[in-house]
Design a binder for this molecule. Structure first.
Ligand code: DHB
Ligand code: FE
Length: 278
């Protein structure tokens, strides 16, 4: 049966792509952010995942307001990104794992999740930036299965629903007849708001409590409605549901391998957390 080796959750600000392109990792603005990653990379090189299942939100590259699935699972042999208008470099194509994609799709539909299945899928900065942070040479050592959750156009799925999706993904992976070692990624958040009167809003206290809750009380944030999460974390802060889905996939008990929190990167409170099941 397949093994879940752990999770990495992180923010996904496009400006990080520009900083990587310009080699600004030691720049005073960027250093506290980039310094979070080497311990996670060392852990990954020991944990040797073969596949990454990535919970992320598309921002208008693959899905636009005219067609917006609540949950979409990639089932492509390869994923590419494209210019989204942020002016960041494209990354090399990422190999998919259609066998795991279809296993997840079959199991999730059997568990009454209504999915969109994507045999062609462009992936945006939410998927590519964390990948480039975890594997800076961009010679991707993992195949990828993208799981996209709508955080762009209301109504959004609740935090509790995203947690249940993550639990179902975890069960399906653990039941998969394969020797694969699977890493769960979740990308988005933490608190940020890019638009409106509260643009620039950040909530450090909430973010830190949220990160702590994922270790000891993982369902804590599922008590909040989406509107409460918008109030507490900003309109784009709701992307933190990806962290909930990733955490839920790990099962009951986890150990924190590493965490980092730094304010701000662009308009965003940037968080990073690696967890492993115990
Ligand atoms: C920023 C943050 C995001 O989550 C995103 O998708 C785009 C931009 C930002 O802070 O600049
Ligand atoms: Fe985003």
């Amino acid at each position: 049966m397949a093994t879940i080796i752990g999770s990495v959750t992180s923010s996904h600000v496009p400006a990080i792509g520009r900083a990587i392109e310009k080699g600004l990792q030691q720049d005073p603005y960027w250093k506290p952010f980039f310094d979070g990653f080497p311990p996670v990379r060392q852990w990954l090189s020991r944990a040797r995942p073969d596949i990454a299942v990535v919970f992320y939100n598309d921002h208008g590259l693959n899905f636009f307001l005219d067609k917006m699935p609540t949950f979409a699972v990639g089932a492509a042999a390869e994923y590419r990104n494209a210019d989204e208008g942020w002016g960041i470099p494209q990354v090399p194509p990422i190999t998919g794992d259609p066998a795991l994609s279809w296993h997840l799709i079959n199991r999730l539909v059997a568990e009454e999740f209504d999915l969109t299945t994507c045999q062609e899928m462009l992936v945006d900065h939410a998927l590519t930036i964390p990948m480039a942070l975890l594997w800076p040479d961009q010679a991707w050592p993992v195949r990828v299965v993208p799981v996209c959750i709508n955080t762009v156009q209301f109504p959004l799925p609740s935090a509790a629903r995203c947690y249940k999706l993550g639990e179902a993904v975890g069960r399906a992976i653990r039941d998969w007849d394969s020797d694969a070692r699977v890493l769960i990624l979740g990308t988005g958040g933490l608190s940020h708001q890019l638009d409106g009167e509260r643009a620039g809003f950040i909530n450090r206290d909430f973010d830190l409590q949220f990160m702590e809750s994922l270790v000891h009380d993982p369902k804590w944030a599922t008590q909040f409605s989406i509107h409460e999460l918008v109030e507490k974390t900003g309109t784009q802060g709701v992307e933190l549901v990806m962290w909930l889905a990733a955490r839920a996939a790990l099962g009951d008990r986890v150990r924190q391998v590493h965490a980092n929190y730094h304010i701000p990167i662009s308009n965003t409170a940037s968080g990073l957390q690696a967890l492993e099941p115990v």
